[in-house]
Design a protein around this ligand. Structure first.
Ligand code: DLL
Length: 433
């Protein structure tokens, strides 16, 4: 169901006019009310009057995570603190929390954006949405919660954890939509199997999965195990949380809510804008946010964009599934490797292995070492050594062919690798000591 037909199906011309009008207002407001942006713009010699339309966005300075950390906690506010009604924060891999503050109107906007996402699955108001993203400083739980309520579906605020109880509630309340990280979806499906619950005993139809990179192969695995259609949802706390972009039923890219979040793709090294269809770093300008609007925020997420109309009828630009973060990209013996490539290879191997793995990179002398630990299924584990060796060799061969750098594959017994109720931690890079 298209939640907001007017904006989701706008003509390109109207969209650009709306974006232009919003950008002009935003830049003026931010320049007048935020010292960090005023300084950045003054340094570049850009005045609000120079911004006359959306094409002028490239004249504006970039914002990076460090700006948010340097201003911790409230330095990036554009509205007075008394107008802020909510704070969220994400921890990331290094140092201080990154804080995002929202006014009541920002929360309203977020609810609308997340409601659009629920509609993109094909759900309607009869559907029941079970939210298993964590509630708290993390934006997953509350984001989907408000979106589901705004959409008008019954909302079950489960948060993450206590998987046995989640399954009981899924059964009792008959949720038709589940929202959680893809790794938690796999964990839930393991639980179902170990408790002997068949997917048919649940009423699930759709899954809304995101907050971490996952592959198309992982999608197929989740769909097979839970008997649902699995959708990719994208967002980040700094911008808002879940609801920045989401797949529709066509599953041909994620529709970007570009009437409120203006996307650009830039070359991460030169910072020059790239044409549609080329991979680069996603940069976002929040056109309508009040509390802590961001101008040209460098997400570090790598994707490409198309502005062609989708078969679903929506005209919102689409980004491709996020293949990785530029700061998650591993450079192993000089070769660039994205964890998502590793996942794709593993998931295509077959049912001898389980969807749990960990990537361990280290350095011995001058040489990088590269190991992937993969869980194998119970049956194979008690099998003959020869079979295990064959499997290990087969995975090593596939990896080398696909990554151009060969990892050592270590097959480990089921339940060796830590399970995740939120974002999975799949990379251990010991070189970063
Ligand atoms: O993860 C917001 C969110 C919650 C999105 C629930 C979707 C569902 P942060 O914790 O700030 O916010 O992490 C944001 O997670 O920059 C990406 O690197 C990554 N990420 C988020 N969604 C996806 C996705 C939430 N669908 C960071 N695919 C982002 C790949 C994703 N990576």
């Amino acid at each position: 169901m298209i939640f907001d037909r007017k904006h989701e199906c706008m003509s390109r011309e109207d969209m650009r006019a709306l974006q232009s009008e919003r950008l002009v207002k935003l830049v003026k407001r931010v320049y007048e009310n935020n010292a960090v942006y005023r300084k950045k713009m003054d340094e570049l010699g850009v005045k609000p009057e120079d911004i006359k339309g959306i094409d002028d966005v490239t004249k504006l300075p970039f914002t990076v995570k460090k700006d948010l950390r340097d201003g911790y906690p409230f330095g990036m506010l554009t509205s007075p603190k008394k107008d802020i009604v909510r704070l969220h924060a994400s921890s990331g891999t290094t140092g201080k929390l990154t804080v995002a503050c929202h006014t009541a109107s920002d929360i309203d906007l977020w609810s609308d954006m997340a409601a659009r996402c629920i509609g993109m699955t094909g759900a309607d108001q009869e559907d029941i949405v079970h939210v298993s993203y964590g509630y708290g400083l993390f934006t997953g739980g509350l984001g989907l919660h408000y979106g589901s309520e705004r959409f008008g579906s019954m909302t079950v605020p489960c948060s993450s954890g206590n998987t046995g109880k989640q399954i009981q509630l899924l059964k009792d309340f008959g949720a038709t939509v589940i929202a959680c990280t893809p790794s938690y979806a796999i964990y839930i499906s393991d639980h179902l199997e170990s408790e002997g619950v068949k997917p048919e005993e649940l009423s699930l139809k759709y899954g809304i999965f995101g907050a971490e990179p996952w592959s198309n192969e992982m999608r197929k695995e989740i769909e097979r195990r839970l008997h649902i259609k699995a959708f990719d949802i994208y967002g980040l706390s700094e911008i808002m949380g879940p609801g920045v972009a989401m797949e529709c039923e066509e599953q041909n890219g994620l529709h970007f809510n570009e009437d409120h979040f203006y996307p650009e793709i830039v070359d991460p090294d030169t910072l020059k804008p790239l044409p549609d269809g080329e991979y680069g770093e996603l940069v976002i300008t929040t056109l309508t946010k009040e509390g802590m609007p961001l101008i040209r925020y460098r997400t570090r997420d790598i994707t490409k964009i198309t502005r062609e109309k989708c078969a679903c009828g929506r005209t919102l630009a689409r980004i491709e599934r996020i293949t990785g973060r530029s700061d998650d990209m591993l450079i192993i013996r000089g070769v660039n490797v994205f964890p998502s490539q590793i996942e794709s290879v593993l998931m295509s191997i077959g049912d001898e292995i389980l969807p749990y793995y960990q990537i361990i990179v280290d350095r011995q002398g001058v040489l990088d070492t590269f190991e992937i630990q993969v869980e194998i299924n119970e049956k194979l584990f008690s099998d003959e050594v020869k079979k295990l060796q064959d499997l290990q060799k087969r995975i090593e061969k596939e990896m080398l062919a696909n990554l151009s750098v060969g990892p050592k594959i270590t097959l480990v017994s089921p339940n060796t690798i830590a399970r995740s109720e939120g974002k999975a931690k799949r990379i251990i890079d010991k070189r970063k000591k």
